[in-house]
Every structure is written in structure tokens, then in C-alpha cells.
Design a protein around this ligand. Sequence first.
Ligand SMILES: Nc1nc2c(ncn2[C@@H]2O[C@H](COP(=O)(O)OP(=O)(O)OP(=O)(O)O)[C@@H](O)[C@H]2O)c(=O)[nH]1
Length: 228
Amino acid sequence: MAALLRQVRRSLIIRNDLCNTRTMTDADTAFDYVSSAKLPTRFGEFRIHGFVEEDSGQEHVALSYGNWTVDDEVLIRIHSECLTGDALFSTRCDCGFQLEKALQNIVEHGSGVLLYLRQEGRGIGLLNKVRAYHLQDNGMDTVEANEHLGFDADMRDYRICRFMLETLGVKRVSLMTNNPRKRQALTDLGIDVVKRIPIDHGVTEHNKGYLRTKTEKLGHDFDPHLLK
Ligand SMILES: Nc1nc2c(ncn2[C@@H]2O[C@H](COP(=O)(O)OP(=O)(O)OP(=O)(O)O)[C@@H](O)[C@H]2O)c(=O)[nH]1
């Protein structure tokens, strides 16, 4: 029933906007580009682009700012959804701070793209993240909590990034991240990551432990002086 509803919802979306659709199929997943629109923000006026994974119905968005040609190196951020940090002002993590900083950087630079991937909680989902937070309140770190719940430390899948970037005419990127796995994932997808730009922004007393664990167990590049 849920699958049928997803199918109906998707066909309605596509029918509303036929002229803008574009599809790509990789080995086991098909992606669609649905539509785009203006998105004025506190930082400047972006365009928002909607994408969907056909099988799961999972929706993602990209924000683009300014212009480039296909050979240009484009400033990008790939940001995984964090409802608590991005929308609810949580200081348990650095996500909301990084999101703001990335949008500011793009506007200051004059052009760029933010891919906002709906992979809440490093792919475990919102309520499992709340379960993981509960375990962390009782002494586990972010990796131990995921594993205690039966998940890998990081369950994210970046395959849709290639389709999103191709759709937006981006082949060469400078990537704002502290996470070497993101850089590797993009390289494995055939995207030319010309350079990495650190985004170690938003350290608070509440998230230092979380960031230390990411550095020690997940391999993040973070200036150790900021975490003292
Ligand atoms: N499972 C879990 N997920 C968390 C926790 N805190 C934050 N997250 C999620 O971690 C993800 C962070 O995403 P990003 O900021 O894009 O990625 P990152 O791996 O930190 O890499 P960079 O920020 O690019 O350096 C989001 O999906 C958050 O919801 C936590 O304690 N447990």
C-alpha cells in the first residue's frame, strides 16, 4: 500500500512538471529530477532543485547560486540532513553551523551548490538518532550508540550526488568538508574533487566530545586545537 501511494505521489509530481524531468539509472537505482524554483534565503537568492530516488521515494534537494560553465571548478557542500541541528538549533552537533557557513561561503564566493541529502542521522533516520542520543546521554559515544542499535557507524549512500551534479552541469568541485569519506565517495563516482575546503565551524561545549569521536573513530580532519 505504501509503495502504491509513493508511486501515485511521484507520478503526480512528475505530471505537474513534465518539461523539467530528467532520469538516470545506475546499476540498481533510478533517480529523477523533478523541478526547480527560486529560493530567496537570509544569505541570498538561490534556486532549489528537487530530486527523487525512484525505488524508495526518498526526496533530496540541491541549492544552486550563480553561474558556471562545465569546465569550472564549482564550490560545493554535500550536507546530510540533521533536523535537530539544521532546523531546531541543536548545539549537540556542528551541522546547523556548517549549513549556514556553507551557504554564506557560496554567496561570498559568487557561485556554488549545496546538495542537501535526506540521510538523517548518518542514514539511520530521525527516531533512531533520538534513540542514539538517549544512549549517548548515558555514556556511549556516537559510534558506539549506532552500533548498539544494530547499525554501522555511517550508513550513508552518496550515489545520487553524481546525478544531481550532472544535472546542474558540475564536473569539477572544491568540496567543503572535514570528512575524507565524502571526498572518496565523490571521487569513486567519477567527480573531479580538485580540492577540499575545511569547514570546522560551530564547535560548542556541547559538541566537542562528538567532534573528538568523529576525528578519532570516523577519520574526520579537524583542527585538534579547536577541540581542546
Ligand atoms: N547517528 C547519528 N547521527 C548524527 C549524530 N549527530 C549528528 N548526526 C548526523 O550526522 C550527519 C552529519 O552530516 P554532515 O555534516 O553532512 O557530514 P559529516 O560526516 O559530519 O561531514 P562534514 O560535515 O562534511 O565534515 C547528519 O545526518 C546528522 O543528522 C549522532 O549523534 N548520531
